[in-house]
Design a protein around this ligand. Structure first.
Ligand SMILES: C[S@@+](CC[C@H](N)C(=O)[O-])C[C@H]1O[C@@H](n2cnc3c(N)ncnc32)[C@H](O)[C@@H]1O
Length: 200
């Protein structure tokens, strides 16, 4: 694992408190695209679908998906934040994992839903596509501006090209005039693009 990255995020989460954040805009606004959490019964066996909150931070998305009935995995590189999630009483998140998702991306064909918010590593995108099961849904939201490191910001329409193999259900990107620093906030996320897309 990259020690500077871990230290940076551990320091940020050291004083973050016990509260569970709201889910990201792309998930709360696009929740109607979620599949049923319960898969069809096969041979009398009832099973729940699996969802991943990748680079989960405090796990607002993971919590939302668990409440919706999915078997949820929440992965992050920060041991501080993973311990915070694990320490919550009555958490319904099934699996928390301290995991460098760049070094250890999700396995192929492993999730029905994947949510990524405010995290970008372009090398991971083909793995995310492959990790979706048939008809699996990707919810992705991250910055187009507002960060010091340009590498972590999307270029115009970049989510569409990074996830070209998927079928686009919704795509939002702030208009250029909404991207200036004094622009009013739009949907609470003025500097972020979002994509909801389905695996075929
Ligand atoms: C801006 S935060 C976003 C957290 C959360 N997804 C949200 O929207 O609130 C970025 C997160 O990515 C995690 N992260 C950074 N590099 C990572 C890596 N290589 N593997 C897993 N998590 C990573 C950080 O620890 C941090 O929690």
């Amino acid at each position: 694992m990259s020690k500077p990255v871990v230290s940076k995020w551990n320091a940020r989460y050291a004083h973050s408190g016990a509260g569970i954040p709201a889910p990201s805009e792309v998930l709360s606004r696009g929740a109607r695209w979620l599949p049923e959490a319960q898969a069809p019964v096969v041979d009398g066996v009832v099973s729940q679908r699996r969802a991943l909150d990748l680079a989960c931070g405090l796990g607002g998305n993971a919590h939302f998906l668990a409440k919706a009935g999915f078997i949820v995995s929440a992965w992050d590189i920060s041991d501080v934040v993973i311990e915070q999630i694990r320490g919550r009483k009555l958490s319904s998140i099934a699996h928390t994992e301290l995991r460098d998702v760049v070094a250890f991306p999700p396995e192929p064909n492993s999730f029905n839903v994947i949510v990524v918010s405010r995290f970008l590593d372009r090398s991971l995108c083909p793995h995310i596509v492959n990790a979706l099961r048939p008809d699996g849904i990707l919810f992705y939201q991250t910055f187009v501006r507002g960060l010091k490191n340009k590498n972590f910001m999307l270029k115009s329409n970049e989510l569409l090209s990074l996830f070209k193999p998927l079928h686009v259900l919704e795509y939002h990107e702030p208009e250029p005039e909404q991207q200036c620093d004094d622009a009013p906030r739009v949907d609470g996320a003025p500097f972020e693009a979002s994509l909801i897309a389905r695996h075929s």
